[in-house]
Design a protein around this ligand. Structure first.
Ligand code: GLN
Length: 302
């Protein structure tokens, strides 16, 4: 009867349909809305797709349904899914995230894979690697996870980001060093000459003028992690010019590039006398990585 229907708790299926509608109404396309609402249901109600298939009338625990709907509302208001659930996967590992760090992107796995492909096999080589602008720490911690013999230093200018990186290091039992450093000031205050085999970084690289036109979700991410100055090149210039000395003689700098900046970064390294400049594409075919080895020094004598 009508009475029983009304007093019966809403099933997870019905709840999820309601959540999906809420998210889709905000203009998010319906397939993403369904994926996001499912992910939120898993997180807040601990009910998976499998649970719902095996038991079509499975019902969320009291309170969790309201938490779930509130989460869907936040998503509908444009908050990234990753901040709502507080974590995201990178290189198959789960990283804690909050609005003080950039959300790990699959594109950035290009950097980690480049290093692993080159070095993971030689288990005896003990590399010292600096991940500068580390944010959540996902690059450096993933490297430590897959190359436990390496020495990893995570550095960032943001205290709140360093807190997240530290938490993630603990979460993954990664024995890494976490250091506060301002990339624009150069390495001398924090690091030794010739200290690193590798400097890896995903620095801020969005042009300041593009900052106001970012996707609604990206506007929730820290500006300090995105804004690369007038031409988006500010941090690359500082890295190329001020951080070469922190590399060992054959040390390599490995940087993430924006969708249209690889060419400019390549020229910058060439101009600064680096050698063996290399690029790699991400899975979407975009040149996402530029790597260059410390120059021999001859260039400076011409
Ligand atoms: N890939 C990010 C974006 O386009 C930017 C990351 C960065 O500036 N390092 O949203």
């Amino acid at each position: 009867s009508r009475q029983t229907v009304r007093t019966m708790a809403e099933s997870a299926r019905e709840l999820m349909r309601r959540g999906t509608r809420l998210i889709a109404q905000s203009g998010i396309d319906s397939s993403s809305a369904a994926l996001d609402s499912r992910r939120l249901l898993e997180h807040f109600c601990k009910i998976t797709k499998t649970d719902m298939v095996l038991n079509p009338s499975v019902t969320p625990k009291p309170e969790t349904d309201a938490q779930y709907i509130r989460a869907c509302q936040r998503r509908a208001d444009g908050e990234p899914l990753q901040y709502i659930i507080g974590s995201w996967e990178f290189m198959g590992l789960e990283f804690e995230v909050n609005p003080s760090v950039l959300i790990p992107r699959a594109d950035t796995e290009t950097l980690v894979n480049y290093i692993l492909n080159k070095h993971a096999v030689c288990e005896k080589t003990k590399l010292r690697i600096l991940d500068i602008c580390c944010g959540s720490g996902c690059i450096g911690i993933a490297l430590k996870h897959f190359m436990p013999q390496s020495d990893i230093v995570l550095a960032d200018i943001s205290d709140s980001a360093l807190n997240v990186a530290q938490k993630n290091a603990r979460l993954h039992k990664a024995d890494v060093t976490v250091v506060k450093a301002d990339l624009l000031l150069g390495y001398e205050n924090c690091f030794q000459d010739g200290e690193f085999d590798i400097i890896v970084s995903n620095p801020p690289y969005i042009k300041s003028t593009d900052m106001d036109f970012l996707q609604r979700e990206v506007l929730h991410e820290p500006r300090i992690a995105l804004d690369g100055g007038e031409d988006g090149m500010k941090f690359y210039r500082a890295l190329a010019l001020l951080w070469e000395g922190a590399l060992k003689p054959h040390g390599e700098m490995i940087l993430e590039a924006g969708y249209d900046t690889a060419r400019v970064i390549y020229s910058l390294f060439a101009e600064c006398g680096y050698s063996e400049i290399t690029t790699r594409r991400d899975l979407g075919g975009i040149v996402r990585l530029v790597a260059a080895k410390r120059g021999s020094g001859y260039e400076n004598n011409n």
